[in-house]
Design a protein around this ligand. Structure first.
Ligand SMILES: C[C@@H](NC(=O)[C@@H](C)NC(=O)CCCC[C@H](NC(=O)C[NH3+])C(=O)[O-])C(=O)O
Length: 325
């Protein structure tokens, strides 16, 4: 399903079903797991704390969480730009897709357990030297938010983003495994062709937390990315910092700022947002820099490259006016 919001109004497209058993059609008003789009929510909260003087971007993480990391050179900014060198424990956790998922779908991890999983693997880069995507970075961001606010992560999201923007279909319910209300069921592709799909809708997402456990809807994600880009959540200076990007691959069309991706489209439009992959759900949530146009595109499957590529293919038609091929 996809929902495009722009000056000309809202356009939605759906295809297929939200539930393979009942056959209920995909519904653009349904909720789903946004995966790493959660990283942008977490970044907004942390940058608001920076604005409030509670922490500084270029200070060592260990200054705020004494003894957590083995290298005092790792700064808060390194976490938000995936340049800390902290290994991504999910690579090992989900090397074998379905068994890996089944082993954790009902597990509740502490933040410390997830950090320990990361630290049990070698660092991937010297701090600040290279972009190496890792969920561990945003687990630590979640720890910083809870330490500096003295409250659970859910409260920070609710009070600082969900409530002010009236994102009534957006929630953070860790470790509850259910998606409440009208929602899409997600179907995880097994690694071996021919194996049955796995209904992966119910899970704690405790393996990701601030890195991937937010639940939302297409309209709410468009409201969020648009409001973010319009400067409704952060100061101009902080938006400048957040949208200062470096390339993440050799194509020079994909970039990462602070918890934010930038894609440069063929028509010259630059869109900002994040992608998400959690068992059974692919998400693209992007907006133009002025926030006037935003798109949320979702597929209720994962571990299925052609679906992810097709979903990513909605950005050009949506923002460049190209008719889909
Ligand atoms: C990349 C994406 N990251 C995220 O959204 C985070 C939260 N998800 C992951 O790290 C993938 C976990 C495995 C998914 C599983 N894959 C496997 O198990 C592969 N063996 C699946 O596809 O559902 C992003 O930033 O856009």
């Amino acid at each position: 399903m996809a929902r495009f919001s722009g000056p000309e109004g809202v356009e939605s497209r759906t295809a297929g079903v939200r539930d393979r058993v009942s056959g209920s059609p995909m519904d653009v008003n349904a909720r789903f797991r946004v995966g790493s789009v959660s990283k942008t929510f977490s970044t907004v909260v942390l940058l608001q704390l920076v604005q409030e003087g509670k922490l500084e971007l270029d200070t060592s993480v260990n200054q705020y969480l004494p003894g957590l990391l083995p290298d005092d050179r790792i700064t808060v900014r390194h976490l938000l730009t995936h340049r800390s060198g902290l290994a991504d424990y999910t690579n090992a956790m989900f090397a074998d897709t379905v068994p890996g998922f089944e082993a954790v779908r009902n597990r509740v991890f502490s933040h410390q357990e997830l950090v320990d999983l990361s630290l049990s693997e070698p660092r991937t880069t010297e701090p600040g030297v290279a972009y190496k995507y890792s969920n561990a970075n945003f687990v630590v961001v979640g720890m910083l938010i809870e330490k500096l606010t003295g409250r659970p992560l859910a409260d920070a999201y609710e009070r600082r983003i969900f409530k002010p923007l009236k994102l009534r279909k957006t929630s953070y319910v860790h470790p509850d495994t259910r998606i409440k209300g009208l929602h899409v069921r997600g179907y995880l592709h097994p690694d071996a062709a021919g194996e049955p799909l796995v209904d992966s809708t119910e899970q704690t997402v405790s393996w990701a937390q601030a890195a991937g456990a937010v639940i939302s809807s297409p309209a709410d994600l468009n409201t969020f990315t648009s409001a973010l880009m319009r400067g409704r959540l952060l100061s101009p200076a902080m938006m400048e910092a957040m949208t200062t990007v470096t390339p993440t691959d050799a194509t020079n069309t994909r970039f990462y700022g602070l918890g934010l991706r930038r894609y440069d489209l063929s028509c010259g439009v630059q869109v900002y947002g994040h992608t998400g992959t959690v068992q059974g759900f692919y998400t693209y949530a992007f907006s133009t820099r002025d926030g006037r146009r935003s798109l949320s595109a979702v597929a209720n499957t994962s571990n299925h490259g052609i679906a992810n590529t097709a979903l990513g293919g909605t950005l050009e038609p949506a923002f460049c006016g190209k008719k889909p091929v």
